[in-house]
Design a binder for this molecule. Structure first.
Ligand SMILES: [Zn+2]
Ligand SMILES: [Zn+2]
Length: 245
């Protein structure tokens, strides 16, 4: 009844008349899911998506479950594995940007829904969910942290605890998106986080949650702090995956 009086609108394109869907079918079909590609078993990068020329050079082995990208072969990341749901482009990118910078909280439900209905089936068990934190100054500007919203929604869905203060950002960093060079991205976030109460992390398998994974420098630095504080395993889950440099 309420649907007739107040037809739901697609939060992305604002067309009306949706029944049970959160996004209209046109917007839904615009989303590229990482799972549709073959991807690195450790960092989750979809092979050949961001640089199609790689695809031709890659020796395909879809049967192999431990196919690793160049970075992971070099052992660049300390997290156990990272997974992302969708490619950071098109409608989902627009929704994240308006969710993050324009305070469009109406996108919260749809983004959370995309996250939970497409959870990767190869995630290992986790005891708690920890969001990538914002610095307090940034939090004051934006008033909320998008990764907290995703993390707490996911924890509720998975029936585990969400440790909102598992990590703290102790210094402000430049937005990673402004930095082209990967070395510099790593330097930008080095020492920027700490675990305020390590007894809450110690011995636990933690799922670190954020909205976008680009080069992985931020997630890796957070993972390092969690592992240094005694976490027995850290996996990373991000809603989207952007092209790294
Ligand atoms: Zn739409
Ligand atoms: Zn990799």
């Amino acid at each position: 009844m309420l649907d007739i009086l107040f037809p739901k609108v697609c939060p992305s394109c604002r067309t009306a008349a949706l029944r049970n869907e959160n996004l209209c079918s046109l917007c839904l079909s615009d989303i590229r899911f990482v799972n549709d590609w073959s991807f690195c078993r450790k960092c989750g990068i979809p092979f050949g998506y961001f640089s199609p020329e790689d695809r031709e050079n890659l020796e395909w082995d879809n049967e192999s479950s431990d196919h690793l990208c160049g970075k992971c072969l070099e052992g660049k990341f300390c997290f156990e594995k990272a997974r992302s749901i969708a490619i950071y482009e098109g409608k989902i990118r627009d929704m994240i940007i308006s969710f993050k910078y324009e305070g469009k909280l109406s996108n919260e439900d749809v983004l959370l829904d995309i996250l939970t209905t497409n959870l990767p089936d190869d995630l290992d068990h986790f005891d708690s969910v920890v969001p990538v934190p914002l610095h307090i100054n940034k939090l004051r500007q934006r008033e909320y942290n998008q990764s907290v919203i995703l993390a707490s929604g996911l924890a509720g869905y998975a029936g585990v605890s969400c440790d909102l203060f598992g990590l703290r950002r102790i210094r402000e960093t430049r937005p990673q998106i402004e930095i082209r060079n990967e070395q510099e991205r790593r330097r930008n976030v080095k020492g920027a986080f700490l675990v305020p109460q390590s007894h809450k992390i110690s011995g636990r398998s933690v799922l670190l949650v954020d909205d976008v994974f680009t080069t992985g420098s931020t997630c890796d630095e957070c993972s390092k702090m969690l592992l240094d504080s005694g976490a027995c395993k850290v996996q990373v889950l991000t809603l989207t995956r952007a092209k790294g440099m």
